[in-house]
Ligand binder design. Structure first.
Ligand SMILES: Cc1cc2nc3c(=O)[nH]c(=O)nc-3n(C[C@H](O)[C@H](O)[C@H](O)COP(=O)(O)O)c2cc1C
Length: 410
């Protein structure tokens, strides 16, 4: 998902049955780090109480143009917004916004902003299909307002048809897109990302693991989805994977399960990012029962696991970009360059996991990017999402060069 951290979002809620779903949109936006200022119309207050939004949002609900705390609230909210999302938008809201009427705080705020506006209509099919409503929507869209939904499906009162509010996650993604400046360079592409550390069982209770949290891989998955990709995220920490309609999470635990999932999915992927920390060894025998202390020290014989990255390098499909990761504790560049050459990858993302705030389980990372053409770039300490952006930029650039006949790694 796009980076919403610190972005100011006005969430307008109008008086339709779907108003309760705006609560979920509000929660997702706040969870993603946005500052959410809710405006509820009088109609909305007939459907949902302000207390829920007061509790979940970043500031108290505003409902009126006549506010004692702030003499001109519509300009404060409209001018200060990075984006405004109206969810749900009634037929009344569409008509007033289209014709420039500012009869309440929400429509006045919509007129007092230069921020991107996302409008999510929801109503019964008969209302939605009215020529007047359709015309209002078309005029708003032509003016640059993003219209999200409505979907077809179950409506209030047991009816089925067009007019159902778009899914909350789809609405949140539209807000993210609006704020990312519309950088959709991965539209139509499939991105496979692995994330987390594998666990190799010794017995039903114990395993050999590593300290990878999956945060960097998940940040890559979220960034790729925000840039328009369909994302397949093979993760050992699926509960922490980003939640988006275009991200499919495949839960695995062991290196063998990860190898099988990647082997199955990679042929259909344009990009493969092997961000997971995959075990190099696994116990030869796995005990069916817990190994007891009283039985003495166990002897654990190890055998190598499959080398997923090397296999990807051998079986790559035409045009596919393969990115490996190297977590190192010494000789960062030399080790990463050796891995790049040995595995047949296009790019290696190397980090020194002994450096402060870098690597395993931190929210920040600092990496060096080495490509198969001898190119090298340093990404200094930054949030894992920003690092993901730099890694994706480099991979997209490799694919562009290759398509243009540059032949990197091809
Ligand atoms: C039970 C009920 C459900 C309604 N659902 C919708 C709806 O889903 N979409 C819509 O456009 N209007 C719906 N309306 C009509 C709006 O509530 C009405 O047009 C109201 O004036 C909208 O006010 P607002 O846009 O200021 O919030 C509904 C009305 C009622 C009584």
């Amino acid at each position: 998902m796009g980076d919403l951290t610190g972005r100011r979002i006005v969430l307008g809620v109008t008086g339709g049955i779907a108003a309760y779903k705006a609560v979920e949109v509000c929660r997702h936006l706040v969870d993603a780090g946005a500052h959410v200022a809710p405006i509820l119309t009088k109609g909305a207050l007939r459907f949902v109480g302000s207390a829920t939004f007061d509790a979940l949002a970043s500031e108290r609900v505003q409902t009126s143009l006549w506010n004692e705390e702030h003499p001109i609230p519509h300009t404060r909210l409209g001018q200060g917004a990075d984006a405004i999302v109206v969810c749900p938008a009634t037929a009344r809201l569409l008509a007033d916004y289209r014709s420039g009427r500012s009869g309440d705080l929400l429509t006045a705020t919509l007129l007092a902003t230069r921020a991107p506006v996302i409008v999510c209509p929801a109503m019964h099919t008969e209302m939605w299909e009215q020529p007047a409503v359709q015309e209002n929507v078309q005029v708003l869209a032509a003016r640059g307002v993003e219209i999200v939904g409505p979907d077809e499906g179950r409506l209030a009162g047991g009816d089925v048809g067009a007019g159902r509010l778009a899914e909350p996650m789809v609405i949140v993604e539209a807000v993210e897109r609006a704020l990312s400046g519309g950088g959709r360079d991965l539209e139509g592409r499939t991105v496979l990302v692995t994330a987390g550390g594998t666990r190799e069982p010794i017995c039903p209770v114990r395993y050999i693991g590593n300290r990878s949290s999956g945060k960097q891989g998940h940040a890559l998955a979220a960034e790729a989805a925000a840039r328009g990709a369909k994302v397949l995220c093979v993760s050992t920490a699926p509960g922490h994977a980003p939640d988006a309609s275009t991200i499919e999470v495949i839960a695995v635990e062991t290196a063998a399960e990860m190898a099988a999932a990647v082997g199955h999915l990679a042929p259909g992927a344009d990009y493969v990012f092997m961000a997971a920390a995959v075990a190099d060894f696994r116990p030869v025998e796995v005990s069916d029962e817990k190994i007891k202390k009283a039985d003495g020290l166990p002897e654990i014989r190890l055998e190598p696991t499959a080398d997923i990255l090397a296999e990807l390098g051998r079986t790559r499909t035409s045009g596919q970009v393969i990115v490996g990761f190297a977590a190192e504790t010494t000789d960062l560049r030399q080790n990463a360059a050796a891995k790049l050459a040995a595995k047949g990858a296009d790019l290696i993302v190397a980090n020194d996991v002994t450096a402060p705030d870098t690597g395993f389980d931190h929210d920040t990372n600092a990496v060096v990017l080495l490509d198969a053409d001898g190119g090298e770039a340093e990404v200094p300490l930054a949030g894992k999402r920003q690092v993901a952006r730099a890694v994706l930029d480099a991979a997209v650039d490799i694919r562009r060069r290759r398509m243009a006949g540059g032949g990197v790694g091809s």
